[in-house]
Design a protein around this ligand. Structure first.
Ligand code: ADP
Length: 161
């Protein structure tokens, strides 16, 4: 069976942790759809088109990875994309409770869609987009945690004004 996985998130912005998960998934699944949530209530730093573009620029080596934006219910997006699996990353125990609840809810909404979890390499386990933004905003060096294109956009955002 050719399994299509959908990897949803806000990706505001994409980090080396997300990229580690994408690289692992690209080896496991026939097709991986990175689905970037518009997520208005999180008030993202980058708009959805920028977030999609930034991921696209750093995933060109993976021929089976596709990036899309979405603004509807994840299970509906998964159905439209004919995905069999929802992929989420687990960093620490602190992620577990929310992810467990989300997986349970998605199963009730769409029982055929399985949630699968991947863990990143240990050097990425403490990276989060929100922490990256906070460090960059305060002038800290985040070059070890994000790809170069994201680093440039963060510098542009926070050096302005
Ligand atoms: P969301 O708002 O849906 O949590 P994120 O962009 O923060 O979106 O994360 C998307 C997914 O990637 C989530 O499953 C999250 O746990 C996972 N993730 C985030 N950062 C990392 C990381 N450093 N390593 C592995 N997985 C991660």
């Amino acid at each position: 069976m050719n399994i299509t996985a959908i990897y949803p998130g806000t990706f505001d912005p994409v980090t080396n942790g997300h990229l580690d998960i994408i690289a692992r998934a690209a080896k496991l699944y026939h097709k991986v759809i990175v689905a970037v949530a518009v997520n208005r209530n999180k008030q993202p730093l980058f708009d959805v088109d920028q977030r999609v573009a930034l991921i696209g620029q750093v995933t060109t080596e993976f021929t089976n990875v596709e990036i899309i934006g979405f603004d509807n219910l994840l299970v509906d997006c998964a159905k439209q994309q004919e995905a069999n699996v929802v992929l989420r990353g687990l960093r620490a125990i602190s992620d577990f409770e929310y992810e467990f609840q989300l997986a349970g809810m998605n199963r009730r909404l769409f029982p055929e869609l399985e949630t699968m979890f991947l863990t990143p390499a240990e050097q990425y386990g403490f990276i989060s987009s929100s922490m990256i933004k906070e460090i960059a905003r305060l002038g800290g060096d985040v070059s070890a945690f994000v790809p170069d294109n994201v680093l440039q956009r963060l510098i542009e955002k926070f050096n302005r004004g």
